[in-house]
Design a protein around this ligand. Sequence first.
Ligand code: NAP
Ligand code: SF4
Length: 675
Amino acid sequence: MTRYPNLFQPLELGHVTLKNRVLMGSMHTGLEETKDWNRVAEFYAERARGGVGLMVTGGMAPNREGGVFPGAAGLYTPEDIANHRLVTDRVHQAGGRIAMQILHAGRYAYGPDCVAPSPIKSPISPFPPKELDEAGIEKQIADFATAASRAKEAGYDGVEVMGSEGYFLNQFIVTHTNKRTDRWGGAYENRIRLPIEVVKRVRAAVGPDFIVIYRLSMIDLVPEGSTHDEVVHLAQEIETAGADILNTGIGWHEARIPTIATSVPRAAFAWVTQKLMGKVGIPLITSNRINTPEVAEQILAEGCADMVSMARPFLADARFMAKAEAGQGGLIAPCIACNQACLDHTFSGKISTCLVNPRACHETELVIEKAGAAKTVAVVGAGPAGLAAALTAAERGHEVTLFDRAEEIGGQLNLAKRIPGKEEFIGFVDWYERMVAAAGITLRLGRAARVDDLRGFDEVIVATGVAPRDPRIAGQEGPNVLSYIDVLRGGAEVGRRVAIVGAGGIGFDVAEFLVEAVPSPTLDLEEWKVQWGVADPAVQRGGLAPGGPQPEPPQREVILLQRKSERPGKRLGKTTGWIHRATLRMKGVKMKAGVTYERITPDGLWIRTGEAGETPVLLEVDTVVLCAGQVPERSLADALAAQGIAAHVIGGADVAAELDAKRAIDQGTRLAARL
Ligand code: NAP
Ligand code: SF4
């Protein structure tokens, strides 16, 4: 008997039955653009083998002008069809089903040929779109239909028409972007004419025995967005036009409310889909921040949706469904919603992967096979680098001993999990604990490993991490100065007025820790909605609360400082940095760049913001917290080298600069894959 009876319930669509209620949502991985179609096929086949009911590809443009960027993958030529056929064949051989998403970016397209209902530039692209005329609109509709019939020819089980997230079809629906006065603009009936027409023509092109999913924006989170009544009306029209399933879209890309980041509560938008339940006759899929089988099961059990979409969780673990079905839910590698290796890569023009699982999108290149001969492997340091190396080595059949001077595994992840909004790191460390136990790794905790402990192992891996950088500020030994470790471990007295030295990832984290109350809004959906200004679209158009964000008052007065003159937080995650900056702004945190630290006295921190020789000013604070970066902790590596014992040095112990868990895990996994 499965623990997830709703999740493993088949879904009947008339002409086809899906084996369970989970859809792998569309993700733009960048794999198609590599033109290595074997690699694309293997990415999807691995997830098909993992048992997901239906997958949707990354967005494929119906034409050149609709591509997300010039040269974005599409399905235009007979050669393209043959390439896509490789993917669909491989997925079908693996027992899976796959639909192709047709994505027309409209004014979000990052190219000079972009088109839209009205010539209004989007805030996220520098290119103003051309306004389409009647013939231009007809061409777009025809191109959607052609793309759908090509998808059928290429062997896909269906298509998903992308109508949400502020892309082309969504741009026609709301007056925010549609200022037309012809039959495609003005009244709501006119503005929804295009998506309805597209679905009708797509259905006509593919015939009845082909899945047509429509992704509908159920809460736009932008000014002049749709009301709930309008969403219901559109959903009913889309059903009549021939869609088999409605998928949920949440928020436009230009919305200033986070929708998928780690600080968004789990299943934060299932209530939005639930509002549409019972108002259409076709199944509804819900999405956003669903990352465990328990959460997915609960959503279905509570009647919020008929099916659940998860995207990034299938990067973290291709075998999500197989493990859930086998009663091994606790061994599913968790997506922590960090975006660091998936969306941040996509938006930097790099191939996506996953912080937790570096094999994602690298299935053909990072192959983890049983080792020819089992070795004894010592790994020192149970942070992300050491854990990844230990688990991969054990998976390959090596006998692994993992040392850490702390009483618990996790290293710096144990600091990250204390940051409000980063609660997903708690589950991440717990997962590592279960994996270490399941892999039969011998743990030696609570004492720093010495050279003598490591003699006799076939391989020694040093993953001893980092130590805080000493910023050498006069007076820093005073009782009013703390390091980020003192603060985040808890127990240290932090005053009401705080200056933070260093505005990197940890400086931002510490600032959030100091201003946010416990428990954080991430653990309280209603409070989170108030904090960010999310309202019910049945009451407020687009789901935007009239008063905007209403955060709780900050716990402390904080000023965040850096020496560089650039904007603080500029180097934070590409898709999440704005959320951290906005959170601190909402909490009244001040930020100052271009400072020179003079000295710390009992009165506070003396800084200069101008030329040398200028009179320093006093920041009157009770506590100064040092977050000035990190340096490699190499004492063990050096001691081993001095004794002539060969060792592999990875993670922060190797290079501390710009270290994050993504690089650490990737390096640890890749090293152990070749031992
Ligand atoms: P970091 O990002 O390198 O930032 C170090 C900060 O300290 C900078 O603001 C730097 O700015 C300042 N600094 C450097 N040397 C200094 C000195 N001698 N005296 C005074 N200030 C100095 O390092 P981190 O904040 O320790 O973070 C470590 C790593 O963890 C980073 O790679 C980061 O990406 C990662 N992390 C990421 C996240 C995330 O949200 N993705 C969160 C936490 C940590 P100036 O030199 O301009 O003063
Ligand atoms: Fe999830 Fe982060 Fe992996 Fe992306 S990189 S799939 S957000 S864990």
